[in-house]
Write a protein that binds this ligand. Sequence first.
Ligand code: MYA
Length: 577
Amino acid sequence: MSASENSFMKSLFFGQIREEFIFPYPKLKPELAENVNMIVDAIDKFGKDVVKSAEWDEKGAMPREVVQAMAELGLTGIAVPEEMGGLGLPQSGYARVMQQVASLDGSLAVTLGAHQSIGYKALLLFGNDEQKKRFLPRLATGELIAAFCLTEPSSGSDAASIQTKAELSADGKHYILTGNKLWITNGAIAGFFTVFAKTNVVENGEKKEKVTCFAVELPTEGVSVGPGEHKLGIRASWTNAIHFDNVKVPVENIIGGVGYGFKVAMGILNHGRLGLAAGCVGVAKNAIKASIEHANERTQFKKKIGEFGMIKEKVAEMIVNNYVAESMVYMTTNLIDRGDMDYSMESAAAKIFCSEMLWDAVDENIQIWGGNGYMKEYPYERWLRDSRINRIFEGTNEILRCFVALSGMQGPGQELSGLAKAIQHPLKGLGVVTDYATRKVKQNVFGETMTKSHPRLKKIAGLLEEYTVELSAQTEVLLKRHGKEIHLKQFAQKRIADVAIDLYAMFCTLSRVTQVLEEKGEAGTEMEVAIAEAFCMKANRRIRGNFKAMDRNEDEMMKFIADKAYEIGCYPFDYFK
Ligand code: MYA
């Protein structure tokens, strides 16, 4: 069971609740909180003095000096160690800063996030000492701005299919890099690119092409930057194509080793997705504030509109979902900060949940503001446009749902195939079979028992105990039904991913509210208890629906309709014909 050993979410797919990973809810060290709060105040002041979102959005550009001004606040080196000129914040502090920057302006957040959530993250996670010393101090001060070059015209979600090539020079000192990268955030202002390219490697005597990660510093001959892209939202951020034409990159600039680039890219994105999730929490807080303001001010039918049930429902829903989102973000940053955890599924789950939470929040805020919400004189339509990209970049929510489902099922799948082999060799496999059978009997007869949640929340704990065992059982059913074909079964993947994301969201919330209750008691914590209960009741209905639909669903009809439509090429009906 090695895959799940230090992953909370992977363990759920085995029917196990590893409470020790998520209880108690992470508590900030007072010095860190103080430090981060000072930075947050400075960001707010910077927002008032410098940020001109409406103007930048209209022009589709912000002044380059704004990035320098952020650098002067230390914001370009948030996670760089202090001895290299950065702020040296852990991931939790980093996320809180991203949350605040995103609350000022989407384009600013994307510029800063592309620089350090992903742009120079390879150095921090996989760089050697020499590389760190060579680049990080200048990246921390903003002298160099970074960009992450993975996506290509023919390679988006399928990151392993990149065409950019890097060939070793005859003298073995350089790689020659050729290819085109697309939609590169910060492309026009970056002096440092993290570039992914295919290289030839020999593995077990066999020649193969594998991805390698390179640091490319400008100016370098052969690198050219395309014109700025015109976009729906985050219009003031820089987005460009980057062309590499026989660019010489010294071998010393390989990050993480030849052939390890895919792992490097995924490792970076596991961090980036969480920075994005934190940003979504910051923007959603703005939407909530704006909605409350209008609910309290606007009068219709001689009543404040906030008195009507449908408006209350919208505001409450935004608050519940943002609380849950925030709980997921800071639980997951803590998993990273611990240093011993696999957090790949948790960060994907947080990215999916938070980007969809934000989309709903900015949409419902416009609904509450009605006609005014649709008008350019208010920022709300821009918030909506700016937020749309979060469901697309850093892994579309569709591909991340596949990732969550398949990553979760991988461990049980391996166990089941090991079991099948063990049954064929009863003597060799006796131990494997007994371990498996013992765990299953324990889960089926006794269930999983939680011991660390607050008694006030025992109903939620009960649901989680039941559904964790059910997730494992349903995983087994799917694996037995589809075998390796499960990779092709996206309807099933989506359902199992949605259950897993809801469960993680519930666990994070349960842990946070347990801590609040333990610290403060029940008086004064009613709102947080209500948030946990309301979210879990809704999630309960979704989870039940998803489990039910595993067996009884409309999947075949939906596939038939889509296939027919692809054949015809359009919507084929007209009431008048
Ligand atoms: S940058 C571009 C973002 N692009 C993507 O995210 C690409 C999405 N695609 C993928 O992630 C992969 O291709 C998938 C795998 C997941 C589809 N951690 O056989 P495989 C391992 C650790 O499944 P594939 C951008 O948009 C896996 O276990 N390991 O591979 C920025 C396996 O290992 P092993 C992982 O089918 C824009 C191996 O890899 C992970 O090819 C600017 C192969 O896996 C993982 N996650 O596809 C953003 N995934 O072999 C700025 C896979 O050992 C934003 N593996 O079993 C700033 C924020 C702004 C905030 C604003 C707020 C408002």
